[in-house]
Design a protein around this ligand. Structure first.
Ligand code: IPM
Ligand code: MG
Length: 358
């Protein structure tokens, strides 16, 4: 029997509520599909920071290393700890575990609605492959006399050949896999080389080189501003988008609206080689205004678990979980607040698990 160790970091805000549903659902999948999971929980969050002066222990990465995967609820509570500090661990895990792909499916499930009239389950079905370890989020730079009238700050963006090539290759391989399943087989590069005359010109150059190695896959380029417009006006033109860290971050929040809102948007931080654990998370963040009320939509977290199952190659379980989510949502009987309903986080999670085992 296959067996997996999963570390849960519930974090702040709504993190613990969604993390609980995620764990129950992973365990339900294990029962149903005959694999073994053992889950441990780590209470690293802003309260931990207030008690210990750091968001997680110094050896946190060593502690997490033996796990097969990490589930992260969400980190951040600016009333307790400034965001640029509380979000350090997230970036440290992504970088330290070489999770260079941040995979974010933008798919609208049946039964979900979006404020955008162009968004339908038929034409919103693409994936953003976001570079996740370097680019604009490399955290290099500095401040010179920040209080002084002549003070200034610099923030560097790092684009290495290795970093660009590997994430772009991943995007093309994914497009190939999707093409075999009936998708377009196209990779769109999200760029801004008209203004960013070094980093994005370099990005474009590497993209052309990698694209040439995949003659069976179409490719095109869009400037990030135009790409944002097309995501709204013509979502069906996309199959796989490859984007730098910052652009990928921004366009996937926009993408979540196409999917029906943050309640549905999941992300996988992948180390494709499996040298390190990969990390799975809903992308909604800590949503402090609704924390502790048992009203957050857990679907984004269940979708993160589904991506974890895919990463484990538990394909049957992953497919069944998606089918269960689809059933619950398309019936429309169970709807959380964000969907205009009154059901709780727990009720939504339980309904999906009931379909899973039906
Ligand atoms: C995300 C988040 C993070 C990011 C923040 C919290 C640092 O917005 O995962 O999209 O930008 O990577
Ligand atoms: Mg983001």
């Amino acid at each position: 029997m296959n067996s997996y160790r999963v570390a849960f970091i519930p974090g702040d805000g709504v993190g613990p509520e969604v993390s609980h549903e995620a764990q129950l659902t992973l365990e339900a999948c294990a029962n149903e599909f005959l694999f073994d999971v053992s889950c441990d929980t780590f209470g690293w969050n802003c309260d931990y920071y207030l008690a210990h002066g750091r968001m997680m222990p110094e050896n946190a990465l060593d502690v997490l290393k033996p796990y097969d995967a990490v589930f992260l609820g969400s980190m951040g509570n600016p009333t307790k700890v400034p965001d640029h500090i509380s979000l350090g661990p997230l970036l440290s895990i992504r970088q330290g575990f070489c999770q260079y792909v941040n995979l974010r499916p933008i798919r609208m499930l049946e039964g979900v609605t979006s404020p955008l009239s162009t968004a339908t389950p038929k034409n919103v079905d693409f994936v953003v492959v976001r570079e996740n370890t370097e680019g604009e989020y490399c955290r290099l730079g500095g401040m010179f006399c920040p209080e002084a009238p002549n003070g200034f700050a610099t923030q560097m963006a790092v684009f290495s050949r290795k970093g660009c090539e590997r994430v772009m290759r991943f995007a093309f391989e994914l497009a190939r896999k999707r093409k075999a399943e009936g998708h377009m087989g196209k990779v769109t590069s999200c760029t801004k080389s008209n203004a960013l005359n070094y980093s994005m010109v370099f990005w474009d150059k590497i993209f052309s080189e990698v694209a040439a190695q995949y003659p069976d896959i179409d490719h095109d380029y869009l400037l990030v501003d135009a790409l944002s417009m097309f995501m709204v006006s013509k979502p069906e033109r996309f199959d796989v988008i490859v984007a730098s860290n910052l652009f990928g971050d921004i366009i996937t929040d926009l993408g979540s609206v196409l999917q029906g809102g943050m309640g549905f948007a999941a992300g996988a931080n992948l180390n494709p080689e499996k040298d390190y654990p990969s990390m799975f998370e809903p992308i909604h963040g800590s949503a402090l205004d609704i924390a502790g009320k048992n009203i957050v939509n857990p679907i984004a977290s269940l979708e993160s678990i589904r991506m974890m199952l895919e990463h484990f190659s538990e394909v049957h379980a992953a497919k069944a979980l998606l089918a269960a989510e689809q059933k619950v949502l398309s019936k429309g009987m169970v709807r959380t607040r964000d969907m205009g309903g009154t059901n709780s986080t727990q009720e939504m999670g339980a309904a999906v698990r009931a379909e899973l085992t039906a």
